[in-house]
Design a protein around this ligand. Sequence first.
Ligand code: OSB
Ligand code: MG
Length: 369
Amino acid sequence: MKIEVIELRHVRMRLREPFETSFGVELDRDCLILRVDCEGMTGWGECVAGITPGYSYETTKTAWHILSEFYIPTVLGREVADVEDYHRGLGAFKGHNLARAGLEMALWDLMGKVQGKSLTTILGGVVERVPVGVSIGIQQDPSALVDAVGRYVEAGYRRVKIKIKPGRDVFEVEAVRKSFPDLPLQVDANSAYTLEDVAVFEELDNQQLLLIEQPLAEDDLIDHSRLQARLQTPICLDESILSARHARQALEIDACRVINIKAGRVSGLLEGLAVHDLCYEAGVPVWCGGMLETGIGRAANLALASLPGFTLPGDISASDRYYAEDIAEPRFTLNPDSTIDVPTGSGLGVEVVSDALDRVTLHREVYKL
Ligand code: OSB
Ligand code: MG
């Protein structure tokens, strides 16, 4: 694939409701959208870096800098054989996985279109629809949380994740449990606690949770292993796992018993596949995490989640859970069995709606030789 033109956009889309986590509240969701052109074909990618360095150290601005100054120049005007070749070209650079993965996604889409194959087919997907749940942000108070859970259960979601932070944890989980005794429920702390908070997790351990996601600091596998030793509930790591090597080492020291795979966080779908394969062989369940993606990134998540090791429901909700208007078509809808169909068109299998994209674009730059 000879890469002729790359376009980078910073987009901002209003969320249908504010999304609050232990690192802050978002009313809008910012990301970068990439377009890569080659011989009349176009590939689209989404870089999930956000406006603040809350989830990751990367932001839309650092990703823009890294992409425009370093990553785009390694592919522009070059013959890129495949995604392995793309990653080899970045061999001298460190980190910035979210930026790396955004450009990789556009190359996967392009490659799928060139080959006339869907991403699920290329990756080795085995199912046509994947089980999904919903991730609910921190609410005003426990009763508002119970109401929010009720609305999503009513809408058909059969697995719910709630965000927790210190002071907004045991009471909220107990309230949800009381109203929904049999609901598959999990929590996500986004690294807001330390081992000193073990008492909180011992309480949560009695609430029949599917898992406890990223309770401690992202750079601390050791304390996660100490915490896991004191709990029955599986710990699931998100922020801590940036590569298949991290995944292997986390499993070796029992720092977690489940892994949330986000292609962005691990530098792309190729490394996501490696994390999947490692866990699949080890019999460790994985599920596909989400970053409030537009229809572009959501399509990639669905393809990833169609691999055989994704045995737990993903954070891949229907388009209308996030945005009144999306930038790609068709919109994703929830099936009555709490699944979403995996796109089957070539590449990502979605069409970008250019005027919808223009409406949410804050800044745009085109790179060509
Ligand atoms: O930790 O899983 C997370 C959204 C932004 C940043 C981090 C996370 C999330 C979510 C949302 O939980 C999941 C979704 O896209 O629905
Ligand atoms: Mg998480």
